[in-house]
Ligand binder design. Structure first.
Ligand code: FES
Length: 198
């Protein structure tokens, strides 16, 4: 990795720290409601039992992300826009495992260039692979900064791109984990179940 790469990672970290300060309060408020929501939503009860969870995706606009629970884990479902996909490899030289070679981090059918079944939908665990904090999203594409959008972990500064691929030089050792899932229909994902080869 070059000095320029390290400078770029530092710039991305500084940007994220500003964002993280602003959202920490909101995140705390959201967590306070989590038990309440879990007590109401049938899908949350299903995931507690380890059952697959249906995730409707038809109303998720390009550029938007929803969070769901599955087996007690926070899962991000991101509808990547054309612009996001276009810049997905902007930071590829700074990634530790750009080709998903750590096989434990994803099912075989997502060990591809976009780490997904369908390029427009990223389904990934919202748990940093360092110590498990929930990463914060920064989806603004900034080509001048070699930043195609991604996630920042506020706990110790790990950075991931929009395929959940970890940057070099951060505490997290591996890419974010992709859970098993499959498309039941174009507008419905089944989380926690796959056919082995989608
Ligand atoms: S838990 Fe994410 S960087 Fe430590």
């Amino acid at each position: 990795m070059t000095d320029d790469d390290l400078d770029q990672i530092d710039r991305n970290r500084r940007h994220f720290l500003g964002v993280a300060t602003a959202v920490t309060g909101l995140a705390g408020a959201g967590l306070a409601f989590y038990p309440f929501l879990a007590s109401l939503q049938p899908s949350a009860r299903a995931q507690a039992l380890g059952s697959p969870v249906e995730v409707p995706i038809g109303s998720i606009e390009p550029g938007e992300m929803v969070r769901v629970l599955w087996r007690g884990k926070l899962i991000f479902v991101l509808h990547r826009s054309d612009g996001m996909l276009e810049h997905l490899d902007d930071s590829i030289a700074m990634l530790r495992d750009p080709n998903s070679e750590v096989v434990e981090q994803q099912p075989d059918y997502t060990a591809n260039a976009t780490r997904s079944v369908k390029p427009e939908f990223l389904v990934v665990e919202g748990a940093c692979t360092h110590l498990g904090c929930a990463p914060i999203e920064d989806f603004e594409v900034r080509p001048a900064d070699s930043w195609g959008g991604g996630f920042f972990c506020p706990c110790h500064g790990s950075i991931f791109d929009l395929a959940g691929r970890v940057f070099k030089g951060v505490p997290a050792p591996t890419n974010l984990r992709i859970p098993p899932h499959r498309f039941v229909r174009d507008d419905l994902i089944l989380l926690g179940q796959d056919t082995g080869a989608v």
